[in-house]
Design a protein around this ligand. Structure first.
Ligand SMILES: Cc1cc2nc3c(=O)[nH]c(=O)nc-3n(C[C@H](O)[C@H](O)[C@H](O)COP(=O)(O)OP(=O)(O)OC[C@H]3O[C@@H](n4cnc5c(N)ncnc54)[C@H](O)[C@@H]3O)c2cc1C
Length: 401
């Protein structure tokens, strides 16, 4: 046990955290450091925690940060945590060739030469000296807090039932759902539950949760109904070394209908592909291209979620690959690996009342249910996910024995 933990009062409450993305793992870490020893994180991800901050290691040995790219450090709280994470090796600074790629001319302008205010979108994350590449941060938080924080992967929570009566009575809460695709499974009883994903309030989404068999979480937390989703697609692609000439490491793309950001994965300090010598990239679609692709390849049919099978993704991947080859001028080169990924809830926007009141998390004190995640904040960023997870943990810690 760390000195910080030993010094604080032990707390006996049993807390469930639904979602092992940044917000959930930061909340678990913050609760653990406040003396909570019976913490359970459930994530539907099958291989690792991370959510939108997860990394993809393919069977062939390729490695991609296909979600979160940069953690921006605007708040002192996050800066001091980030400094700790960098010391632990969980975040890494990346000082490469970063800037803006003009798709219409093919010209790359390094960030220092971009005019102030002329770098929209992802370029705003490209702060020299403040670039932190996700190196499996949530997995670091999981390892750091074992065994006090138990993380259960492959667990999709779909029901939360209270013992006390109708319409969302107080806990203790019994969580149920499916584990690795099996039918209903009881995940245990908890004094408090923290939801970290807006999907909890979204019918037809894989993370949808009903309270006492009938109550939508949105009726308890209106913010869930106010959240708007902005999907994107990532293209992960690798070429034999030398097949693609690229004079940047990460670029915010302007003038492209297809992409808003491209990074050269093998230029990242945490690139650790095993035994493969290649040039690999992650390209993030524009919101418009994602909408267009989703119109042709919907992510829901008859209120049912469409899985990202090979049949579903192949035509999307072919479209994105053609756009990518035209962007980098490598038409005719055959990639050694290519895969598309749908991020149905890539970014959120919330015009909700909570945001205007400066709230970063929501806690129903009577029911001991909390919400956190980037969608609770004004902008959908990793920094806000961290702040939101911290906020929920601080508030709950003050309420729970
Ligand atoms: C492609 C991409 C690039 C990005 N790049 C950047 C960037 O450079 N900088 C930046 O600041 N932000 C970036 N973002 C946004 C950033 O990744 C998110 O703001 C942040 O990771 C959100 O963390 P979170 O914990 O709030 O949510 P999530 O990461 O979405 O975590 C929620 C977790 O809950 C799980 N879950 C949901 N429902 C259930 C359920 N019912 N049962 C069990 N588990 C459940 C999900 O599987 C998921 O793991 C990017 C996002 C994407 C998609």
């Amino acid at each position: 046990m760390s000195t910080a933990k030993a010094a604080c009062t032990r707390k006996s409450s049993r807390v469930a955290i639904v979602g092992g993305g940044l917000a959930g793992m930061v909340a678990a870490d913050a609760l653990a450091s406040r003396g909570f020893e019976d913490l359970h994180v459930f994530d539907m991800g099958r291989r690792a925690t991370g959510g939108r901050a997860s990394v993809r290691r393919t069977q062939e040995g390729y490695f991609f940060n296909h979600g979160l790219q940069f953690l921006r450090l605007g708040s002192p709280k996050v800066s001091s945590l980030a400094a700790e994470w960098v010391r632990d090796g969980a975040l890494m600074e990346w000082t490469g060739r970063h800037g803006r790629l003009d798709a219409s001319t093919g010209n790359f302008t390094s960030r220092s030469d971009c005019e102030p205010g002329a770098h929209p979108g992802f370029c705003s994350f490209l702060e020299p000296g403040k670039l932190y590449v996700n190196g499996g941060l949530t997995e670091h938080l999981r390892r750091k807090n074992e065994p006090g924080v138990r993380v259960e992967l492959g667990c999709k929570v779909s029901a939360i039932d209270g013992s006390g009566g109708e319409g969302g009575a107080a806990g203790p809460w019994r969580l149920r759902g499916s584990k690795f695709g099996e039918p209903v499974h009881t995940f245990g009883d908890f004094d408090a539950v923290v939801f970290t994903d807006a999907m909890a309030g979204r019918k037809g989404s894989p993370g949808h949760v009903l309270l006492n068999g009938e109550v939508e979480l949105g009726s308890l937390f209106p913010v869930l109904d106010e959240v708007r989703v902005k999907p994107v697609f990532s293209l992960m692609v690798a070429y034999a070394r030398g097949d693609v000439s690229c004079d940047f490491d990460a670029a915010s793309v302007v003038g492209s209908e297809a992409f808003q950001f491209v990074s050269a994965e093998n230029a990242k300090p945490n690139y650790d592909a095993v035994g493969v010598d290649c040039d690999s990239f992650v390209a993030l679609s524009t919101f418009e291209r994602a909408e267009d692709l989703l119109e042709r390849h919907p992510q829901q049919k008859n209120f049912k979620f469409v899985e990202q099978t090979k049949d579903y993704l192949d035509p999307i991947q072919a479209d994105l690959l053609a756009d990518f080859e035209s962007l980098l001028g490598c038409e005719g080169k055959v990639p050694v690996y290519a895969k598309a990924q749908r991020w149905g809830g890539a970014f959120y926007s919330s015009g909700g009342g909570g945001v205007s009141r400066g709230l970063k998390s929501y806690v129903d004190e009577g029911r001991m249910i909390a919400l956190c995640g980037d969608y609770c904040c004004e902008t959908s960023t990793a920094e806000n996910a961290v702040l939101s997870g911290l906020d929920a943990a601080e508030r709950l810690a003050g309420m729970l024995p």
